[in-house]
Design a protein around this ligand. Structure first.
Ligand SMILES: Nc1ncnc2c1ncn2[C@@H]1O[C@H](COP(=O)(O)OP(=O)(O)OP(=O)(O)O)[C@@H](O)[C@H]1O
Ligand SMILES: [Mg+2]
Length: 582
């Protein structure tokens, strides 16, 4: 105990909040709060540190409860006005307990040495070295737990720095996505690790998913961690989106094209709507019927109400007519269909139903019988040039339209990436290495539910992981709708509040110790708070999301003001020259 009290204190001034009284590696630790600590200050999601004899354990608070030492107190609670008796009981008769989930541990090497040789003064094991050089701290997954009565502290700035690093760390591609719930220290994601796996942003409606997505995409662009292809269903990432501000006024936030005008290219499936919104140089994007494969129709079979038999007949048509099959089918008369079926063993009623149902595709503004230009190829060129591409849908944002277009475009882009990745594997030439690509999709469960996941390119991308340098950023409010296998491949999960039990369960698919974190997730604030866990953070953590506002624009390097003042400087200089008669 002596060394605990004198030697290994993390920070001399720090007051312990409690002592570990029992626990297990699998179930977590139980901590008795010290009498002077207010239970109400201990909120789930808080980051606490347990100082064991040898190691320091970084933990998350997962539950808070009240205890009494004797049933008599319960049967006979003190009078509410008798504060004296309440104070006498506090700490001995009544107490608060915490449940902690240990996530990481850190064992200073000199501590190990010290405890091996009892002669060494335990004072040598202060955290001075750790504080001085947190970069060198090696954090390991917890393999054990602290001993009885180890003291528990609120995490200090050093602890956060040691675990989550610095935004300007030259050795890492860190990006701050927020701060912990009760301190002002940045919590960083390692973007290099983030983009190498598929990731998810989850939360029920209105919790801040779109804002989180914009933040992360800005970070990825700023730190050049990957190129982005964003399927912007609600036209909110590329150019100006509204923010639910004060009721009396509509406030807007900047889109990525406004923050990074040279690096982001916008394409639109609804040029009029995009123009109306004030975007000047978005490229038009059309898709032709001959780019639609049967697998694209399988994805939207629900939307088009296609039967199994119609899809089977679609395959027969595709085999017969090749790429032009839809155009050919649309032009066929009943007699021609009859004839076709007699020769090719098709079903007349199914083909007629298919023909009827596919007429709905004519309503989609961006579909053309033929296209003079290869628009998808153009997107690919932009991506190859390191530009980020936002595809806006405007009025074409219904599910049929969104799913069809994203699948067609993403399939082609993926095919090209597979080709490039294979070439790179063969030549091993660094200049052949494709740019890491992150594809952002909304309403991801529509593409990735168990029934459709095998038919969409997105299922393939999620499952093959980083093999071909393409990963997904899925944004969704119903994670329970996503296939389990895909969910377990999701590297980093950034989750705002979810209420539905099934959705909460889905977040913890394939996460060991996830059960304890359920309460944390269910108790998040309804806005601008998220639980971050997975590949890009060393341990799960609750953040207050970084505000996406003017301050952020400036921090991320928005050059608006600067360039304006440069222009002003230039004009001033020119007029000065004119004045002087040059
Ligand atoms: N990081 C943030 N910075 C500033 N405001 C935020 C932030 N996160 C959330 N908000 C506020 O919360 C509101 C809702 O956020 P957002 O539109 O991102 O929700 P959502 O989860 O995408 O909802 P939906 O599922 O309906 O699309 C925003 O309009 C904004 O006012
Ligand atoms: Mg949204």
């Amino acid at each position: 105990m002596d060394d605990l009290e004198h030697g290994v204190q993390p920070m001399e001034l720090e007051q312990a909040v409690g002592s570990v009284i029992q626990g297990s590696l699998s179930q977590g630790l139980e901590v008795r709060l010290h009498p002077d600590v207010l239970v109400e200050d201990m909120r789930v999601g808080k980051f606490l540190v347990v100082q064991g004899r040898r190691s320091r354990f970084f933990c998350m608070l997962t539950d808070v409860s009240l205890g009494t030492s004797s049933p008599r107190i319960l049967a006979n609670p003190p009078d509410p006005n008798n504060s004296f008796l309440q104070e006498v009981l506090a700490g001995s008769g009544t107490y608060g307990t915490l449940n902690l989930s240990p996530m990481l541990m850190f064992t200073p090497t000199d501590v190990t040495a010290a405890s091996r040789s009892p002669q060494t003064a335990p004072k040598a094991t202060t955290f001075a070295s750790y504080q001085a050089n947190t970069n060198a701290v090696e954090l390991l997954p917890v393999k054990t737990i602290p001993s009885h009565f180890s003291q528990v502290f609120e995490a200090g700035e050093y602890d956060f720095r040691a675990v989550f690093g610095w935004e300007d760390d030259p050795h890492r591609c860190n990006f701050s996505i927020g701060m912990p719930i009760d301190m002002d220290v940045p919590i960083c994601l390692d973007l290099d690790r983030f983009v190498e796996r598929s990731n998810g942003i989850f939360g029920k409606s209105g919790t801040g998913k779109s804002f989180l997505t914009r933040l992360l995409l800005s970070g990825i662009i700023r730190r050049r961690a990957a190129v982005n292809l964003i399927f912007d269903m609600h036209s909110e990432y590329g150019w100006e989106a509204t923010s639910e501000g004060h009721k009396s006024r509509v406030s807007t936030v900047k889109g990525l094209r406004q923050l990074f005008p040279d690096q982001v290219q916008m394409y639109t499936l609804d040029p009029e709507s995009t123009k109306r919104r004030g975007v000047r140089d978005a490229q038009e994007l059309y898709i032709s019927f001959d780019q639609i494969e049967v697998e694209d129709l399988m994805l939207v079979r629900g939307e088009l109400n296609l039967s199994e038999a119609s899809l089977e007949n679609a395959i027969i048509l595709r085999n017969e007519f090749g790429k032009a099959w839809i155009n050919r089918l649309m032009a066929m008369s009943n007699e021609e269909i009859q004839e076709f079926c007699e020769v090719k063993m098709g079903s007349k009623s199914s083909i007629m139903a298919l023909q009827r149902k596919l007429t709905r595709l004519d309503d989609l503004k961006y579909l053309r019988q033929t296209c003079p230009k290869n628009y998808v190829g153009q997107i690919l060129e932009s991506l190859e040039a390191g530009k980020h591409v936002v595809v806006e849908f405007g009025s074409q944002s219904n599910m049929l339209s969104y799913m069809l277009a994203t699948n067609i475009i993403a399939r082609r882009i993926h095919a090209s990436y597979v080709h490039k990745a294979e070439k790179f594997l063969q030549t091993k030439n660094v200049s052949d290495r494709p740019h890491q690509l992150v594809i952002t999709i909304e309403e991801a469960h529509r593409f990735l539910d168990a029934a459709t996941v095998r038919q969409t390119i997105f299922g393939t991308i999620a499952r093959e992981m980083r093999k071909y340098f393409v990963t997904l950023l899925v944004v969704d409010q119903r994670p329970s709708g996503i296939d389990n296998e895909v969910m377990s491949q999701v590297g980093t999960r950034i989750t705002a509040l979810l209420n539905d039990e099934k959705d909460i369960d889905a977040i913890f698919t394939g996460v060991s110790g996830g059960q304890a974190l359920r309460s944390v997730l269910a108790k998040l604030d309804s806005k601008q708070q998220a639980l971050v866990l997975g590949h890009a953070v060393p341990m799960p953590v609750v953040v207050r999301t970084r505000p996406y506002d003017e301050t952020f624009y400036a921090e991320i390097g928005d050059r608006d003001w600067e360039s304006m003042s440069n222009e002003a400087v230039l004009t001033a200089a020119q007029s000065a020259r004119a004045d002087l008669g040059f």
